[in-house]
Write a protein that binds this ligand. Structure first.
Ligand SMILES: Nc1ncnc2c1ncn2[C@@H]1O[C@H](COP(=O)(O)OP(=O)(O)OP(=O)(O)O)[C@@H](O)[C@H]1O
Length: 316
């Protein structure tokens, strides 16, 4: 990567709002969204389906015109970039390749468009581990190979910023492991890597930071480590004496979550306590328990809690 100042590698979304359509059919895809992503890190851009991730990425790439607010790369709007491909590489959707063309020829078609010599095709094929398949027709490529070729295409002009929409989609565990290492190495070179996903576990071991959106709004932005701190301990407890268990929980002032899906009546999930505390309190109260088990809260639970709509339709 040619050296660029850290400020030229920043990705900034600033009070971005995008409303598609108008009147009763209007969809507020992105709603006053602001966040900033810095270089040298992999950032997960997370949210459930329809949360506004693709619309935000498309706004960064000048493919969607914001209703208000804006999105910049290195402090500039996409349409202000002199050589956009040398600033930002983007893979937005499952790329379509000419099936009869070889991987090398595919890249050689793009090379002049982004102002790089043909030989750069072989460099990027090497980078993504596709050099041995350079002369094979893309039509016979597996999904994982196509994803690698899409990544190779984004890297042709050696951009310091990468925007990748669901790059792990459809990859097998081996492909995901490869992608993880590859994205980490791109960040280690000082690039800014923003990767969207609608499932946190898919990127949990890849990202340094998370930006979480739901219904077009920001619900959380922090280093991944801080998200771990929001994970709440849980104790599943069951008693044949439903009223007695309810009374105990009430007296102790414990927070509870709804029972796990499929749990029998009388099952409760107590939050922020450990099993020993709940068991001791039940013993003192003379309450018979049929089940008692503690679990550390998972990041997936935190993600679901952050993005789940509240009963009034708002998001946590
Ligand atoms: N061109 C469009 N016209 C109308 N509505 C749109 C358009 N593009 C997106 N939307 C709507 O905007 C909302 C956000 O969509 P978007 O694709 O940005 O979400 P997403 O987080 O990327 O979802 P996914 O994970 O499913 O890709 C959705 O309700 C979607 O239907």
């Amino acid at each position: 990567m040619t050296s660029t100042a850290a400020a030229d590698r920043s990705v900034r979304v600033d009070h971005l709002t995008k409303i598609f359509g108008s009147g009763t059919t209007a969809v507020r895809a992105v709603d006053d969204l602001s966040f900033e992503v810095g270089p040298g890190r992999v950032t997960g851009f997370l949210g459930p389906n329809g949360a506004g991730k693709t619309t935000t990425l498309r706004s960064l790439l000048g493919l969607v015109r914001p209703t208000s607010g804006g999105a910049t790369i290195g402090g500039r709007r996409y349409d202000e970039l002199e050589r956009p491909a040398a600033v930002v590489g983007a893979a937005l959707e499952a790329a379509s390749f000419h099936p009869g063309r070889s991987a090398r020829d595919h890249l050689r078609v793009y090379a002049p468009q982004v102002g790089v010599p043909d030989r750069r095709a072989d460099d990027v094929l090497e980078l993504v581990g596709l050099a041995p398949a350079a002369d094979r027709r893309v039509g016979g490529f597996s999904l994982g190979m196509r994803q690698r070729l899409a990544l190779a295409t984004t890297l042709l002009a050696d951009p310091p910023v990468l925007l990748l929409d669901e790059p792990a989609n459809g990859l097998d565990p081996e492909g995901i492991a490869w992608l993880r290492g590859f994205l980490r190495s791109l960040a280690a070179q000082g690039r800014t890597v923003l990767v969207s996903s609608h499932v946190l576990p898919e990127v949990e071991q890849t990202v340094d930071d998370v930006v979480i959106v739901a219904h077009g709004r920001l619900v959380h932005a922090s280093p991944l480590a801080d998200l771990h701190r929001l994970a709440r301990r849980r104790v599943r407890v069951a008693s044949p004496d439903h009223a007695g268990l309810d009374a105990l929980v009430h007296r102790a002032g414990w927070a509870t979550a709804g029972p796990d899906a499929g749990a029998p009546p009388g099952d409760l999930v107590v939050l922020d306590q450990d099993a020993a505390t709940v068991g001791a309190a039940a013993f003192e109260a003379g309450l018979v328990l049929h089940h008692l088990s503690g679990q550390d809260g998972s990041l997936e639970d935190v993600f679901l809690a952050l993005t789940r709509p509240a009963p009034d339709g708002t998001v946590a």
